[in-house]
Design a protein around this ligand. Sequence first.
Ligand code: FE2
Length: 221
Amino acid sequence: MKHNSVDQNQPTKNKSINLNLKKMENTKSNRNGRSNGATKKMSTNVTQTENSRSGMQSSQLMQLFVEELKDIYWAEKALTKAIPKMIKNATSEELIKALQNHLMETEEQVKRVEQVFEIIDKKAVAKKCEAMDGLMKEGEEIMKESEEGAMCDAGIISAAQKVEHYEIASYGTLRQFAETLGLDDAVELLEATLEEEKAADEKLTEVAVSAVNIEAAQEQE
Ligand SMILES: [Fe+2]
């Protein structure tokens, strides 16, 4: 049997972090359960250790949350510059409309990320996201290599959908982290963007199925 590649493992890794946290929580309550029968002093010591352990876990999770936030902040800002290039190269009316709509959403998403930074009382800082940079470079290459028309449109859709899937994975993780950290307002903001990214991905599939791919296939014949 083949082993999963590193990329395929990425969402699983996030999931396993969540699962591990849950596991730690369970172990904690089991241990606390057992300590009920012990002396009061021992139980206080155990609780103190557990509290500091769980405090450490949540501060590490907060660190991870901030790092991930900086990453998506860079990505969203970069996308406000990359999407107009895609619009310029696209020919299908439907695709142009979908991209224009998502550009407006992306501008709002940048603001939402800034609001999340505010909620956690941190300065909004962008950190270059190498993965998104790679995806955008790939998109540019496709546009450069393919002739204007349905083939180029199909390439743009493919590149844009890869971007959407990266964002869906990031926002899914961020929302989960925010939930674990008890940041209810952040959960709401991240959830709103996550839903927009999913809808944008579905819209691109619709555009591809309805016109672009068929025309691209005909162009090739
Ligand atoms: Fe986005």
